[in-house]
Design a protein around this ligand. Structure first.
Ligand code: MN
Length: 683
């Protein structure tokens, strides 16, 4: 069954799928193979073999899972997006959207920084993988990938590296295989991980098993013989077979139950495969009349299947020699599901044209989907599985690799508040991978988020409009309650004093006073910083990972081939290297940050009827909307009429619209207009 022994060649892959694919589908598989071979042509595996060996082996494993040709094509190309110049658009054009998305999905899982996380975070990672994968085949391809990585792990030069990879597999991928019901892969992953993590224990178990093999076989054979005889007498068509425990389950039992290896290994396992559910219960009756069941060890996963679709009867009985025998009874279809789990869905899809098998396969499908209604398919099953695992959560990483679960819809700012209140209050934006993003940016599962703070950031009530978590909103409101600006306003209101309408001097004094309370926020923003080249805003650029330039640093750009402009610190050593060759030197350009941030000064004129606190309210309105006041001029033209001029900074036209609308709602304000202060300013 295992493709471990199959030579990873295109010929072997094609012959493996020949029967169940059309010529056109096989042509796609060939095309995918040649594309991958070419894309990886300069890469070698650690073993020194050509890289194409790896994706081919993964594709063969995917074929063993009986997945369709789309999954096989994607398996062949699963590393091309990450490792080579090949783009998503190219794959979509050549192979269609489905295959391109499968490759993209596998790439996304690869890019999750799962290796560095602690064991206690493993559950979250597994949830996250299930949540991010749009198609179950993505996870199955990833599992096949891990399987081949584990089989070739010996080529990694250091023990530490091998152990780290093995631990990741044990924490994340083996349980994931179990969750999807693919025990075949789960067990192999676990055994190979154990081999690398606790080599001594592995060898000891292996040795004990080898020593006792003869004895054990004799005992199992005796039990099998009795069972075969009795089944025949009862006219139940059954296949009875001895069942080897995998090493890792023995290892786990050793640790959990504190038993000796002999005691555990003596637990013989037998599996009975029959044709119908009725026969399952019939066989169970026979077993229980032959030997006494151990109380509490009977489990009926047929009437109550496991959530991954697994169905079987389990019982433990006391054998004639007084030792325990573990017995599993199930139909052949159930056994297929136990080995292939959700993957069995595609086996069904491939075979459904063959009407002879239809009834049988239909039963199989129902098993997988674990369901009362026959209409459901594996996609819905996947959705259900996700639903039960991810109650509207997304999972993001801190720069240290810690995983934080956040409600769906959370933004950068929510995340900042989640980490620490101070971080939220001073949050200016964040870096995800090498992109700068604004505080309003919604988070996606798998994002690694580095919050960027700025001492001059001042919390704004505008934030309440996009914060998604009640935690962050509560923290922000409590800051407002403590904030002196709010307090001043409240006090003034509570006094309810009616002042004479102020003269111009008064008004100006008041205004200056209040504006001073609002920190000058010239360098504050909710927007991504921009870079300028010769006075023009650069459109396609990314911040170089090698030197991590931040707004304010002196910067220079390098025009890459195909990946746009990369922005480096002016003194970045890798830029230095590039300037040494004439060919690359010409592609280095001088850049500036476009202002520090993207904000525009605009001039507005406010007119209205003077009344107590009107200036305070105007200024507060501006502050609450995050409009930095650069200049203010208040005057009272006639007694009781105000005519004020402000220069404020806004980040967009819609921001300005919000501001103007809010100002118009201030009691006493009759008109708010934008005006052009300087002729050269554009509208
Ligand atoms: Mn790979």
């Amino acid at each position: 069954m295992s493709s471990r022994t199959t030579e990873p060649t295109l010929e072997n892959l094609l012959s493996r799928v020949h029967k169940r694919t059309s010529r056109a589908q096989r042509n796609y598989i060939k095309k995918a193979y040649y594309l991958a071979e070419d894309a990886h042509k300069f890469q070698e595996r650690l073993s020194g073999e050509p890289y194409i060996i790896h994706p081919t082996a993964v594709a063969i494993e995917v074929a063993e899972l009986e997945l369709d040709y789309e999954a096989i094509c994607a398996a062949l190309m699963h590393d091309v997006l990450e490792d080579t110049e090949t783009t998503f658009a190219f794959l979509a054009e050549e192979f269609g959207d489905t295959i391109a998305r499968l490759v993209d999905g596998v790439t996304k899982i690869s890019q999750l920084k799962t290796g560095s996380v602690e064991t206690k975070q493993a559950t979250n990672i597994r949830k996250m993988i299930l949540a991010t994968a749009e198609d179950a085949r993505v996870i199955l391809i990833k599992l096949a990938d891990k399987l081949h990585n584990m089989r070739t792990l010996q080529h990694h030069p250091t023990v530490e590296k091998r152990q780290r990879i093995a631990k990741e597999v044990l924490d994340i991928y083996a349980p994931l295989a179990g969750r999807l019901g693919i025990y075949r892969i789960k067990w192999e992953l676990e055994d190979m991980a154990l081999y690398n993590i606790d080599h001594e224990a592995y060898q000891k178990i292996k040795q004990t098993i080898a020593e006792k093999k003869g004895d054990r076989n004799k005992r199992i054979q005796a039990i099998v013989k009795i069972l075969q005889q009795k089944m025949k007498e009862s006219r139940i068509k059954a296949l009875v077979e001895g069942r080897a425990k995998h090493f890792y389950s023995i290892y786990n039992k050793l640790h959990e139950q504190n038993k000796s290896i002999d005691e555990i290994y003596d637990l013989s396992g037998v599996r009975i495969l029959v044709d119908s559910i009725q026969d399952c219960y019939g066989a169970m009756g026979i077993v229980h009349t032959l030997w006494n069941p151990v109380p509490g060890r009977f489990k009926d996963y047929i009437s109550v299947p496991k959530s991954n679709g697994y169905q079987s009867l389990h019982t433990t009985v006391v054998g004639n020699d007084g030792r325990f025998i573990e017995i599993q009874i199930r139909t052949r279809q159930m056994n297929l599901v136990a080995e292939f789990g959700i993957a069995a869905h595609w086996a069904y899809k491939e075979k459904k044209k063959n009407s002879q098998e239809l009834t049988e396969q239909f039963e199989l499908l129902q098993n997988i989907a674990n369901l009362r209604e026959s209409g459901q398919d594996a996609t819905e099953f996947m959705e259900e599985l996700k639903g039960s695992l991810t109650t509207d959560e997304i999972f993001v990483f801190t720069p240290q690799g810690e995983i934080i679960a956040m409600p769906t819809g959370s933004t950068i700012l929510d995340f900042a508040f989640r980490i620490h209140t101070e971080l939220g209050l001073k949050c200016a934006g964040a870096k995800i991978e090498d992109r700068m993003v604004s505080i309003r940016t919604p988070l996606k599962s798998g994002d690694q988020v580095q919050i960027i703070t700025n001492a001059s950031v001042k919390p704004s009530s505008e934030w309440l409009k996009f914060l998604a978590t009640s935690h962050a909103r509560a923290k922000l409101r409590s800051w407002f309650r403590k904030n002196d600006l709010e307090t001043v306003a409240d006090k003034d209101k509570s006094k309810g004093s009616v002042k004479e309408p102020g003269n111009q001097e008064d008004a100006e004094k008041k205004l200056t006073l209040v504006s001073k309370k609002i920190t000058k926020r010239k360098d504050h923003t909710d927007e991504t910083p921009l870079v300028e080249w010769q006075g023009e805003t650069a459109m396609e650029y990314h911040l170089a990972k090698c030197c991590d330039p931040l707004p304010g640093d002196a910067i220079r750009g390098f025009i890459t081939t195909g990946k746009g402009l990369s922005v480096h610190k002016a003194d970045c050593p890798s830029l230095q290297n590039l300037s040494e060759s004439e060919e690359t030197r010409n592609r280095i350009i001088e850049l500036n940050w476009s202002g520090l941030y993207r904000s525009y000064p605009v001039h507005i004129n406010i007119q209205g009827l003077d009344r107590p606190q009107i200036y305070l309210e105007i200024v507060q309105t501006l502050a609450s909307l995050g409009a930095n006041i650069i200049e203010a001029k208040a005057q009272t033209t006639t007694r009781g009429i105000i005519d004020d001029f402000f220069t404020i900074e806004v980040d967009s036209i819609s921001h300005l619209d919000d501001i103007i609308n809010s100002l118009r709602n201030v009691d006493g304000v009759t008109s708010v207009k934008r005006f052009l202060h300087h002729k050269k300013e554009s509208g």
